[in-house]
Design a protein around this ligand. Sequence first.
Ligand code: FES
Ligand code: FE2
Length: 422
Amino acid sequence: MLSHDENGLLTRTGPDTPMGETLRRYWMPALLASEISEADCPPVRVKLLGEDLLAFRDTQGRVGLVDEFCAHRRTSLWLGRNEECGIRCVYHGWKYDVDGRCVDMMNEPAESRLREEVRITAYPTVDLGGIIWAYMGPPDLRPPEPAFEWTQVSEEQRGVSKNWQECNWLQALEGGVDTAHVPILHRNFTANTTKGGYAPNSTFAKAGPPTVEVDTTDYGYRYAGIRSFGDDEIFVRTYHFVMPFHQFRPGENTVTPYTTGHIWVPIDDDNCMVYNWAYSTNGDPFDEWDMVETRLGRGPGQLQPDFRSIRNMDNQYLIDRVMQKNENFTGIEGVNNQDQAVQEMMGAVVDRTREYLTSSDLTIVQLRRLLLEAVRTVSDGGDPPGARSAYYKLRALDRIMPKGASWRDEMLPDMYPDSVSR
Ligand code: FES
Ligand SMILES: [Fe+2]
């Protein structure tokens, strides 16, 4: 449970809000690289932390992430022409380069120097791991690039996608770090898992409810859900949460071993974009990405062009009450759609003063604590945790072990391959 003020503090991310200022100290996904894959391709509107921006790739392949609106009379540069190293407003022809500098004005005499005074906001970007990342904070405090291991492997070894979720970023992130709901919300009553979810014979379904253990680290925290599995064993899944909005989780249901994860990025305070990634951890191509995504409900053909799910709040997620009686717990197809439904139907920003948390919500409590601390650190002039972290090589694992075995003893080395310390 949070106070009304704390809830507001964590969920408001616009310019000049404390959380907005904190998030702006990190690199954050702005769009998929594939959305602007070629030089001079059509520009794309991007809303990030309540700011309306425009992304484009110029003639030399450089990425611009600029204010969406023209400095002259404020029409949208999305209508603009992406031409010869700049985006040109179609209203009166002002043209801007990737740094936001106005380089030409068609409604001014050629000898006019006025353009030299005009500049629109432009944020630095980096193209890494199939994602264009933006840094929207003070230039002198820009952290190192987000070189997580999954961003460094070849394209064949990785899958990346995104989907629009119609609720506040924190609500979606809290759903992500909540491990207790998995075999409940995502339960299947039959072995047929084409609807998404966990069949009665799956490890998840056979295991008991989790004991959750959390270790705070300098990048966020690592945690484990420990479930009893038969009389003599435990089923342990380990995860990482990296400030301020990354999760690493173990892959499932494939031949290729992989680590997967999400990044929950505020579009504005009522919407977020969830970035999804996975990469094979043995160097093999990750050919099973489309299959994994389809099972989750955001595979090819399951998202609309604006990255909203086909099943969404407007059509009640196409809930099927007969399916809910006979086939799965929710009557909704696709694991991700099931998550979205429960998270969105709390309302855009849930009232956290009215919750009733239990010990299975430990990761959520710790998440809020760390975020509130980060906000305080930034407002006191400090560096928020994780922004400069060296813990980029993180893996998440699951394992069945004898009862009494310690996940910290058995699994930590593999959760930090190549790290000298943890
Ligand atoms: S509004 Fe863009 S040039 Fe006039
Ligand atoms: Fe879920």
